[in-house]
Ligand binder design. Structure first.
Ligand SMILES: NC(=O)c1ccc[n+]([C@@H]2O[C@H](COP(=O)([O-])OP(=O)(O)OC[C@H]3O[C@@H](n4cnc5c(N)ncnc54)[C@H](OP(=O)(O)O)[C@@H]3O)[C@@H](O)[C@H]2O)c1
Length: 242
């Protein structure tokens, strides 16, 4: 039977690595992105060239409520029932505590917490029984974050959401888990100044950032292992405050 997965923010970084990892295993992919269409189309071509799967793209901004209905309509029009749904796209706000604006705070909460809840509510009946939802949490939802208050708090909420959702998803026979990455070598991290990157590496027992493909394998495990449910899998290379 054909397998389908939808990955939010599936065209760069962690999302793209998950797409590659699952594409290699024969999953058909629906990848959402925010605005970089050129990159998304390049990724689509690469994936379709390497693997015999179909890859569909959909522009759907997680800060916009209308994206929920857009994704729902897309699944109906394509007549797709999902084996897996990956909430990967996320957002942050790096304003200092004293300067955080209410609108920015609310936007981070909307994108990281509210959007997945209402998307799930809308498309849950387009998921197959036995299917799997995987959220992207963060180590910063467990350890206090010194840079973005809204980010740390919303990622903690994502972890709590996963634990709570287990019971609500029983009638649909859908499992739900999260990956809580430490520091992963995506654009998000690559744009940091060298000195900050070295400082991060010193705090990781393995002495390096995580390769996105190393992380993608954990998403695949969570999708395919039929007894993992309600787990937050921390993948941080052994992080400690050094
Ligand atoms: N990198 C890390 O070290 C790290 C650690 C812990 C957790 N995480 C979490 O992992 C997830 C992915 O991070 P990443 O580092 O892979 O990010 P990334 O490299 O910046 O990837 C961004 C992807 O998400 C899409 N995206 C960005 N903003 C969006 C929006 N408002 N609506 C819809 N899609 C959007 C981008 O589309 P466009 O190309 O169109 O912008 C692109 O496909 C996030 O939830 C992040 O919090 C990352």
């Amino acid at each position: 039977m054909e397998k389908y997965v939808l990955i939010t923010g599936g065209t760069k970084g962690i999302g793209k690595a998950i797409a590659e990892c699952l594409g290699k295993s024969g999953y058909n992919l629906i990848l959402t992105y925010a605005s970089d269409k050129k990159n998304a189309v390049t990724v689509q071509h690469e994936l379709e060239q390497h693997y015999s799967i179909f890859t569909k793209l959909l522009q759907a901004d997680i800060t916009q409520g209308e994206s929920v209905e857009k994704i729902n309509r897309f699944l109906i029009e394509e007549n797709v029932y999902l084996d897996a749904l990956i909430f990967n796209a996320g957002m942050t706000c790096r304003s200092p505590f004293e300067e955080i604006k209410e609108d920015d705070w609310l936007q981070v909460f909307y994108a990281n917490v509210h959007f997945p809840v209402f998307l799930m509510q809308r498309i849950i009946t387009r998921m197959k029984a036995g299917g799997s939802i995987v959220f992207t949490g963060s180590l910063m939802g467990i350890e206090a974050h010194s840079v973005s208050l809204a980010y740390g708090v919303t990622k903690s909420a994502v972890h709590a959401l996963v634990k709570n959702l287990v019971k609500f998803l029983v009638p649909y026979q859908i499992r739900v888990n999260a990956v809580a990455p430490g520091f992963v070598d995506t654009e998000w991290q690559k744009n940091k100044p060298e000195e900050i990157r070295r400082n991060i590496e010193r705090k990781v027992a393995l002495g390096r950032f995580c390769d996105p493909m190393e992380l993608a394998e954990v998403y695949k495990l969570l999708i395919e292992n039929s007894y993992l449910n309600g787990e937050i899998i921390v993948v941080d290379g052994g992080y400690s405050y050094k």
